[in-house]
Design a protein around this ligand. Sequence first.
Ligand SMILES: [Zn+2]
Length: 490
Amino acid sequence: MKSLIIVFMACASLAQAATQTMKTDTCNNSPVRYTIQHTGGTQFQINVEFTETQGRFDVGFHPSDAAPQGEADFITNMTARDQTGIWHTVVYIGEGGWMLPEADTQGYTALRYTLNAEHDRASWDIGKEEIAYGFDDAFYFVGQAVLPIDYSWLDCQFEVNFDIPTNWTVVAPWQTTGDNRFTVNGANALGRNIFVTGPDLQPNTTELGGMNVAILEQQVFREVAPVFQTLLEQSIERYVELFGSAPIKDYLVVFGQDERNDGGAFAQSFGQRLPAPLRVHEKLMWARSIAHEALHSWIGITIRSETHSELQWFTEGGTDYLSNKTLFHIGQIDANDLIFITEGQVRRFFLGRISSGPISLTEAGKEKQRNRQLVYGGGSLFHLFLDAEMTAKKGGGSYEALWRHLYENSDEPYTFTALMTVLDDASDGAASEIYAMLNGPFNLNAILVRMEQIGLPTAAFGPDELLLRFSGNGCSGSRETHCIPDFLAN
Ligand SMILES: [Zn+2]
């Protein structure tokens, strides 16, 4: 839920690397080959074959106490083969980067290193589903945490081959070309995806709205997997109905055990973690997370921002708002759940305004974790108000039609200005007005007045204690389902 990075822009050093001069014929029409060999225990030997390199390789960089160099702490013995076949030690330069010695003249064509898959010994601020973790007797990896990449390879074709014990398999959202062999189009699909390898993996594959969805869970969730599957099916079917199609062909969803609820969405996959055993009374937590991450395939991955941070408030807020509305629509949550969720969105905005200070929602996205209350709370409220305004002016379904329009015109990423133009055209300027109000001087009462106007009267004691009721369809303030304002119940 917290994280969504479309391209490798996870940290300053990576962004810097990506802006280095790029050659136009980087791949020589031949794929970059990664061979991942399990050599016993938690160790893997990884070989990378290529025809050209700029001499620098990077993985994600998320340092922690137990792993001061982040993901790079689990990669050792890196060497590179020059044109004469001699292997040279590769120098680690910090922040997840390595540099080949005298790369200009040596004509390097291969890299190899040891991957020590012991990532569970560190704790990861962004969540272990964004990095790697032990998956029963198997291993869960996110590409960019374990497969160093040369940034001149962004548009290359990749082959990923696994050399693994006979009782192991690989589960990945990539196109299969043979036993444990895959082809991957572009560095984003290589790095921003999950793959799992090891024994006893039993993915369940189902076709939903033209999308092949593989669902894989740790053993502790195997019995309840049908619950996840039903929820995913109903959510995805609704999303396909809303947007008109599925944005991708192959999709992987992985459920892992953890103490907390969280999830991360990638190019063609998402990783969810939650406490085990699954507790039915916590459904509101894990169901929201599943519906949210699945929706990111449309919002955030396909409808995306030219500058990653600029539209975080819009994509995260929109994903949150529309996924919750969807859960109600498909009958997975009830009116009381909707009250709880909406109260939470208002509260998050109030607390976020106070803790982040007078910054815009766009600025808040630059430091999403620090400003997460403002990004998610403010973003969700933007969509709540926009939906209400559009429904009042343009009729039921107009907000959903706007999403479909954004999706159908998402060949190129959106800038803030381009997006707001589309939103204002569709809402007669309501989008800019709502955005300005949320960014204006913090006025708690103004928000409460607006909530009342849209059929969600809300009482507040300070910024944090809230009581919300429904006053749609002539109700004066109720928790009854028939009192939910039409725009929200749609
Ligand atoms: Zn999200």
